[in-house]
Design a protein around this ligand. Structure first.
Ligand SMILES: Nc1nc2c(c(=O)[nH]1)N[C@H]1C(S)=C(S)[C@@H](COP(=O)(O)O)O[C@H]1N2
Ligand SMILES: [Mo]
Length: 207
């Protein structure tokens, strides 16, 4: 078959306990936010290298360097979508434009309505971690996170908030929305790190 089939060839493996999903379901907690372009901004704050915040409005964010990655999405409820092409702004680009202080070890990614997810800095700086604005060449739809969602292909999908509004650089770890509500602080699907009761010392802050 065509291009999508060969792309999928790179991603034939499903993490343990996952099944293949055809199509793209919508999964999230709460309502779909309404995008208000004049009020929208993408903010980087917390422990930046120079102590200043960075802010991009929607036009400026849309003008940042655009790249694509082919990556899978693994929902902790056990379905996986394989071989999507995500387009957007690499997390590494944000780190270059808004460098963190040397003491930063974790980030909190913030979305509309206070949804959040925490990541180790190493997961945030991973090559394929991306603030996606597009999937398979099309802008994201509202229910899939328009205008921007985070994609962290090597972790369960709750680690990638839809409707992202900012990144907080942190010098200690703190739990995000699902990490406070029973999900694993790290969330590696290859190790089936689904629930917080599976955490081992060092995986996350005390609950
Ligand atoms: N803001 C926000 N982002 C979110 C969630 C959420 O509840 N709120 N759920 C996550 C979960 S559990 C999954 S599986 C994916 C689903 O993305 P999709 O609806 O585009 O398939 O979004 C993630 N991002
Ligand atoms: Mo999920």
């Amino acid at each position: 078959m065509g291009q999508s089939e060969s792309r999928k060839g790179e991603h034939l493996q499903l993490p343990p306990g996952q099944r293949l999903q055809r199509g793209w379901p919508v999964t999230h907690y709460g309502p779909v936010p309404k995008f208000k372009p004049d009020r929208w901004e993408f903010r980087v704050f917390g422990s930046t290298a120079d102590g200043d915040k960075r802010c991009w409005n929607h036009d400026d964010f849309s003008a940042l360097p655009y790249s694509t990655v082919v990556a899978d999405l693994h929902c902790v409820t056990k379905y996986s979508m394989l071989g999507a092409e995500w387009g957007g702004v690499s997390a590494r680009t944000i780190l270059e434009l808004a460098p963190p202080a040397p003491e930063v070890t974790h980030v909190m990614v913030w979305a509309e309505y206070g949804f959040s997810s925490n990541l180790r800095l190493a997961d945030f700086t991973a090559e394929k971690t991306m603030f996606a604005t597009h999937k398979d060449g099309e802008p994201l739809t509202a229910e899939h996170g328009f205008p921007v969602r985070l994609v962290v292909p090597h972790l369960y999908a709750w680690k990638g908030p839809k409707w992202v509004r900012g990144v907080e650089y942190m010098t200690t770890d703190r739990r995000g929305f699902w990490e406070e509500r029973g999900y694993h602080n790290v969330g590696d699907p290859w190790r089936e790190q689904r629930y917080s009761y599976q955490e081992e010392p060092g995986d996350g802050p005390e609950l």
